[in-house]
Design a protein around this ligand. Structure first.
Ligand SMILES: CC(C)(COP(=O)(O)OP(=O)(O)OC[C@H]1O[C@@H](n2cnc3c(N)ncnc32)[C@H](O)[C@@H]1OP(=O)(O)O)[C@@H](O)C(=O)NCCC(=O)NCCS
Length: 146
């Protein structure tokens, strides 16, 4: 297994499978995928398959101070659940963002992923709200700077 920077196109099959109920790949793009400063990370297995992905782009959140990035499209292939891939990809992303002087990451976390983000040190900053295509979410953030 190795971690690599990938293109947004390379995230689409896992996004489709895990986050969009099998939608065709083009419909799994985010408007933020190609903005300045956006990047995409993956865990790639020994057969060169992308088995865990996340995407990040510069985006401040109203109540938080400093430089922020939004995390989107966090997904691990079901065959690889709970093997620490998501965790080590987040850690890699955190090191990358710290080196760029970023102060925090925030995301709209799905209900099923709350325990994962809690383990990663994220804190809640909203009550639960509904995203029409994706169910109940809470907004969470991870402070990077002290
Ligand atoms: C959420 C998700 C990305 C987690 O990925 P993962 O690679 O399985 O996570 P890891 O193995 O790195 O888990 C890290 C820690 O979180 C815990 N964890 C992960 N998913 C969990 C869950 N559903 N419930 C409880 N704990 C969980 C792990 O046990 C591990 O704990 P540890 O550090 O004490 O060992 C994955 O379950 C997934 O793709 N879900 C479907 C898509 C999704 O909902 N994405 C989030 C969108 S906001």
């Amino acid at each position: 297994m190795r971690i690599a920077f990938i293109t947004s196109d390379e995230t689409l099959s896992l996004r489709s499978l895990q986050l969009r109920d099998g939608w065709e790949f083009d419909r799994c793009r985010f408007d933020s995928d190609e903005i300045d400063g956006a990047f995409h990370l993956a865990q790639i297995n020994d057969d060169d398959e992308v088995v865990c992905v996340l995407s990040l782009h510069p985006q401040e959140y109203e109540n938080l101070n400093g430089k922020g990035f939004q995390l989107r499209g966090m997904a691990t292939h079901p065959h690889y659940y709970k093997k620490g891939l998501g965790k080590s990809l987040i850690k890699f992303a955190v090191a990358e963002l710290r080196s760029k002087g970023v102060d925090y990451i925030w995301c709209n976390a799905r209900r099923n992923a709350y325990p994962f983000y809690e383990k990663m040190g994220f804190e809640y900053m909203s009550d639960e709200f509904e995203i029409p295509t994706a169910g109940p979410h809470r907004r969470m953030y991870l402070q990077l700077s002290v």
